[in-house]
Design a binder for this molecule. Structure first.
Ligand code: FAD
Length: 578
């Protein structure tokens, strides 16, 4: 059942599990646990439905990205970023069923197998390794053809895709820039190798991008997992528009099987108790915030804002990692989507066509179809002290090829010409920030400091990536296509100039992780053990991006889905469920 107010939860109902957050991970857990008809689950989501008047913003692939800053977003902001000239950065997180999977950029790239092997090493549990996770990797996702049934032969490896509920696919339209990327991999395979499938565990090279688009619509954790379960099962209740404000320690000790909820700062509080476990899936911001509100975290910090500490876990909120993004733009000779995006009539016509029969440019992934993952050369001095990549076959930086002028913060897109933008991402940053609590009120946002570009490695890697990109676009594959760089790009020559560009324009890629990170059972640090149970607590597990040990070697949503699939089995096995 879908409930919209806490008083609708029947007092007589005894839930086995309470899941906090119907986001990417939370919907997977809710759907998998309720496969056992004997289990009763209450899923609590602070945000809104994905099936309302503005749900096109979520569902129409062309509109990906436009949920940012709307009612579907928690609308967080970072602290002033010392590495970005003191700028404050918008920090979106999904405030809607499906969580961030409903407002994200839809890229589905599992990345390097070494990422998962690192998870196994850090947690001391070999079951988290790539090879041992194979079942869950395939259980989550399914490749589907684009709306126009364009053949994808040679653009992906069907053997590495499964038969799961989440739909993914490749672009319905190939652009000139995509052809040039592939030609470059044919011309210079040693420098720029072709990667047949970025979901195969091979984390390096250039290839076609899978996005979470299937049947002409965005596929989310809610559309793929939650709604089918809600539609067919009576053992799952979803409580919407309701924030969990505190975890309650039921026995007056470290057993956290209760939650307190409210619909606003002034509304009444209600409490619910789980018979078996509370599962926190509130995301890399929501999860550490809620732990701290409940007295679980760095004791001194909690005391300083008037929260009585119950469980001292200094790593709650610490270790925040994120990846940053900026773009460089070139005028090109050939049609891109620049004209389409600057023509409201054409844009409107595409949406009108979509409304009629879910076809056309609005029905598939559009802006970015090809991507490349690269490393520093292995003998680079910058790697001498420590290589932060997940392993020797994992990337340090990444390029995405965007079929339009993609402005950096504060830039305005030219209204004429055809443009190619390439985004530059430092994939394995060494900067670490933190998330801190400033008030005992659950309705006051925590402070979020990703600490972008506060290490020499990160700035040197971004400079190296930009230089690599400029020389990449000078290879023969791009002849006759690239006309000239945009003004701000043309001005880049010295390292100082490139560094200034980075600090002026870098933004968040919106990939925060590690604020409740996993560690070995025997480690004193970390927040959860290999079974994702909170260290020192009973009845409390965390399943979301916050447990990941570091910024991911691929794109995070794929890993979150995979972790959640295995976590569901861990929970089932702990309680002998089917
Ligand atoms: C704009 C944007 C673009 C992105 N682009 C990509 C991309 O292209 N590819 C990719 O792989 N990743 C991308 N990401 C990142 C990716 O979406 C996230 O890493 C992933 O979805 C996180 O999943 P999660 O389960 O940890 O959290 P979420 O999916 O964010 O779920 C957390 C849920 O908990 C709810 N919640 C929080 N606190 C409470 C509370 N106290 N009570 C009740 N409910 C609560 C939230 O409302 C939300 O629904 C992007 C993210 C954003 C925001």
């Amino acid at each position: 059942a879908i409930l919209t107010a806490p008083e609708q939860v029947a007092a007589s109902k005894q839930y086995d599990f309470i899941i906090v957050g119907a986001g990417t991970a939370g919907c997977v857990i809710a759907a998998r646990l309720t496969e056992d008809p004997s289990v009763k689950v209450l899923l609590i989501e602070a945000g809104v439905s994905d099936n309302g008047t503005q749900s096109d913003t979520i569902n129409v692939p062309l509109l990906a990205g436009s949920g940012i800053g709307t009612m579907f977003d928690w609308n967080y902001t970072t602290t002033a970023q010392a590495g970005l000239n003191g700028r404050l950065i918008d920090y979106p997180r999904g405030f809607v069923l499906g969580g961030s999977s409903s407002i994200n950029g839809m890229i589905y790239a599992r990345g390097s197998s070494e990422e998962y092997d690192r998870l196994a090493n850090v947690s001391g549990d070999a079951a988290w390794s790539w090879n041992n996770l194979k079942k869950y990797i395939l259980k989550n996702e399914r490749h589907t053809p684009p709306w126009n049934n364009r053949s994808n032969v040679g653009e992906y490896d069907p053997r590495v895709h499964g038969n799961g509920p989440l739909l993914t696919g490749l672009t319905p339209t190939v652009f000139e820039a995509d052809k040039r990327v592939i030609r470059m991999t044919e011309d210079l395979p040693n420098q720029y190798p072709f990667n047949l499938d970025l979901n195969s565990g091979n984390g390096l090279g250039f290839g076609w991008l899978h996005t979470t688009v299937g049947d002409s619509a965005r596929s989310t954790s809610a559309s793929a997992y939650l709604h089918p379960a809600l539609n067919s099962r009576s053992n799952l209740d979803l409580l919407l528009h309701t924030q969990v404000t505190r975890l309650v320690s039921t026995l007056g000790n470290h057993t956290f099987k209760g939650v307190q909820v409210a619909q606003s700062a002034t509304a009444a509080n209600y409490s619910f108790t789980a018979k078996k476990e509370v599962i926190l899936s509130a995301g890399s911001v929501g999860t550490p915030h809620l732990l701290m509100l409940s007295g679980i975290g760095p004791s001194q910090q909690l005391q300083s804002v008037g929260i009585p500490p119950i469980l001292d876990l200094p790593d709650v909120g610490a270790n925040l990692q994120d990846q940053s993004i900026l773009t460089l733009q070139w005028a090109v000779n050939g049609t891109t989507l620049s004209g389409f995006f600057s023509d409201p009539t054409a844009f409107g016509a595409a949406l009108a066509q979509y409304a009629v029969n879910e076809t056309g440019i609005a029905a598939g992934n559009t802006v970015v179809n090809t991507i490349g993952f690269m490393r520093w050369p292995n003998n680079s001095p910058v790697l001498t002290a420590r290589d932060p990549a997940a392993g020797p076959n994992s990337p340090h930086f990444q390029f995405s090829f965007l079929e339009t002028f993609y402005p950096n913060v504060g830039q305005v897109a030219p209204t004429t010409g055809n443009w190619l933008s390439v985004s530059v991402v430092v994939q394995s940053p060494t900067s670490h920030g933190s998330l801190n609590i400033t008030s005992p009120s659950p309705f006051v946002h925590p402070t979020i400091n990703p600490a972008f570009y506060t290490t020499l490695f990160d700035i040197r890697t971004a400079i190296h990536a930009i230089r690599t990109l400029i020389s990449l676009l000078a290879t023969p594959a791009w002849d006759g296509f690239i006309l000239e760089p945009f003004l701000a790009v043309a001005a880049l020559s010295t390292d100082d100039e490139i560094e200034a560009y980075i600090r002026t324009f870098a933004d968040s890629l919106k990939h925060p992780t590690s604020t409740a990170k996993i560690s070995k059972t025997t480690d004193t640090g970390g927040v959860v053990g290999p079974d994702l149970l909170v260290k020192g607590a009973t009845g409390l597990r965390i399943v979301d991006a916050s447990v990941l040990p570091s910024a991911v070697a691929g794109f995070p949503q794929a890993e979150v889905y995979i972790v959640a699939e295995r976590a569901a089995d861990l929970i089932k096995s702990a309680w002998s469920l089917t």
